[in-house]
Design a protein around this ligand. Structure first.
Ligand code: ZN
Ligand code: ZN
Length: 173
């Protein structure tokens, strides 16, 4: 067997392998891009690139989206579920129904949930000592509460100015 024969067989084997590899690699791109690319135009572009023998599938592999469409959808669903759980965390302490974190009162039973900040008006949790948005100190609730109901009707002018935002009669109830 001469050198020429060996070369002939070798080159033909390589050609045959390439001929087999080409449709196989293209078929792989068809399947893989179907799982990764939803956009029809982008998928067509990927397939057009992948038609190039050998180099095409390599290019596709370098630039393909890193995630499967299914995984991306699952991740999105998990993120949404997490967000829902975070916002659904607040419930009315009285009737246990869901309330939004910015509600001042429960829409179902009217329970007071938050106080508007006397400076910026943001809803503040009743236990907070200071407004997290404008850093205004919250006057402690007991200081507001009139010990005698009559005090609520005739507040001192100096006190009334600072506490006008808070409805005093409601607090007495
Ligand atoms: Zn309620
Ligand atoms: Zn504030």
């Amino acid at each position: 067997m001469g050198v020429n024969t060996v070369f002939f067989i070798a080159s033909h084997t390589i050609q045959l392998a390439m001929l087999l590899l080409w449709p196989l690699s293209f078929a792989w791109v068809v399947v893989d891009s179907g799982r990764r690319i939803r956009h029809r135009g982008q998928r067509r572009l990927a397939l057009a690139v992948a038609v190039l023998p050998l180099l095409g599938p390599l290019l596709y592999r370098a630039f393909r989206p890193p995630e499967y469409v299914e995984d991306r959808r699952l991740r999105e669903a998990q993120r949404r579920a997490l967000e829902r759980r975070e916002t659904a965390g607040s419930r009315c302490p009285s009737c246990r129904r869901e309330v939004r974190p910015d509600f001042l009162s429960c829409a179902h039973c009217g329970t007071r949930l938050r106080e508007p900040c006397r400076s910026c008006g943001e809803p503040l949790d009743l236990l907070w000592a200071c407004c997290p948005w404008c850093e205004t100190e919250v006057e402690s609730p007991p200081a507001f509460q009139p010990l005698h109901p009559a005090w609520a009707q005739t507040p001192e002018p100096s006190l009334a100015a600072g506490r006008a935002a808070a409805p005093a009669p409601e607090r007495a109830a």
